[in-house]
Design a protein around this ligand. Structure first.
Ligand SMILES: CC(C)(COP(=O)(O)OP(=O)(O)OC[C@H]1O[C@@H](n2cnc3c(N)ncnc32)[C@H](O)[C@@H]1OP(=O)(O)O)[C@@H](O)C(=O)NCCC(=O)NCCS
Length: 167
């Protein structure tokens, strides 16, 4: 699968909205079916120099389409500015094709070598095996479980806090 990784553009909002609402993705992120494109536009517009948002773009039959997105947000406050949080999602039809690993690797390169961050953290549902495997393979460790942390399909579900250290 050929794809390029590049910084997000405002025109990507429509693709990002579609992925966030998609069955097979929404359940594992903070998406909800009623989400509007304007939310994604607002998110992109609100990005600051502390936010690094990359997309994966494919070209099929001459049409370019964003099929994955990942964000690294560096903490602002003085005494936690050595750390960042991360999030990622790939369009369902493009899962398990190496796109998630490529996006994560690009953001980790920014974190390690261009910002010299010490800590990256993220939350992941305890049953999200695909994502947990990916994160562990990139050096993330489970730090703990947040019980009843997030509403998902009629339940309060648990997630793991995972982190990766560059020290
Ligand atoms: C989790 C997710 C980001 C992984 O991205 P991806 O592009 O599908 O993953 P990749 O193809 O890059 O694979 C990377 C690793 O993920 C794991 N993985 C991928 N597909 C898997 C599967 N079907 N079963 C188990 N592990 C799997 C493997 O460890 C894989 O490493 P390998 O290639 O050495 O085997 C993607 O599936 C996704 O967006 N899921 C829905 C939203 C989501 O869960 N986001 C994360 C929220 S914390």
């Amino acid at each position: 699968m050929d794809f390029i990784i590049r910084p997000v553009k405002i025109e990507d909002a429509v693709f990002i909205n579609e992925i966030r609402r998609q069955d097979g993705v929404r359940e594992n992120i903070m998406g909800i079916t009623s989400e509007r494109v304007t939310r994604s536009e607002g998110f992109i517009t609100g990005l600051t120099d502390n936010d690094h948002m990359l997309v994966a773009e494919v070209e099929e039959e001459g049409v370019k389409r964003v099929v994955g997105v990942a964000t690294l947000s560096v903490n602002r406050s003085n005494r936690v500015r050595h750390s960042a949080s991360m999030g990622i999602m790939i369009k369902k039809e493009y899962h398990s094709m190496g796109i998630g690993r490529a996006l994560m690797t690009s953001l980790i390169d920014i974190a390690d070598n261009w910002l010299m961050l010490v800590r990256i953290e993220l939350g992941v549902f305890t049953d999200n095996e695909k994502a947990i495997n990916l994160y562990k393979s990139l050096g993330f460790e489970i730090e703990g479980t947040r019980k009843y942390a997030i509403i998902r399909n009629g339940k309060y579900d648990d997630d793991y806090l995972m982190a990766r250290y560059n020290i």
